[in-house]
Design a protein around this ligand. Structure first.
Ligand code: THU
Length: 131
């Protein structure tokens, strides 16, 4: 899995973000267990609390297409006023936990370092109903 290639695809997804309120554009790429990719971007709302993260839209899209096992997720933000941080929020880490995500690729602004982590490092002891 080429992390730079995934980061580039996540950045392209970020350009499709609907974020007129925060202007923080985030894109995500889900790689399912068959190697297929599913993209998403954050979708905001005038009722701010109704906004949806990029990872959540990507994961929901994949699941709606029948995916039940996700290998990894790449996340990127673009033009974020120098914010060099595209780490998934806690809620998105828990969404990843549900579908067995192993790795997370994080890319902030263009040209910035691309990092790869194990979800178990970002979200240890995630909640699960499995025995
Ligand atoms: N956001 C994401 O898309 N993913 C995250 O993991 C954290 C935050 C979005 C939500 C909102 O549209 C914007 O970034 C600012 O919080």
């Amino acid at each position: 899995m080429n992390t730079d290639d995934l980061a580039a695809e996540a950045r392209r997804a970020a350009l499709r973000s609907y974020s007129p309120y925060s202007r923080f554009r985030v894109g995500a790429v889900v790689v399912d267990s068959e190697g297929r990719r599913h993209t998403g971007s954050n979708v905001e709302n005038a009722a701010y609390g109704s906004s949806i993260c990029a990872e959540a839209t990507a994961i929901s899209g994949a699941v709606a297409r029948g995916v039940r096992r996700i290998e990894g997720v790449a996340v990127a933000c673009v033009d974020a006023d120098g914010v060099d941080n595209a780490y998934p929020c806690g809620n998105c880490r828990q969404l990843m936990n549900e579908f067995g995500v192993e790795w997370v690729v994080v890319a902030a602004g263009e040209g910035s370092e691309v990092r790869r982590h194990h979800l178990s490092d970002l979200h240890p002891y995630g909640f699960s109903l499995e025995a």
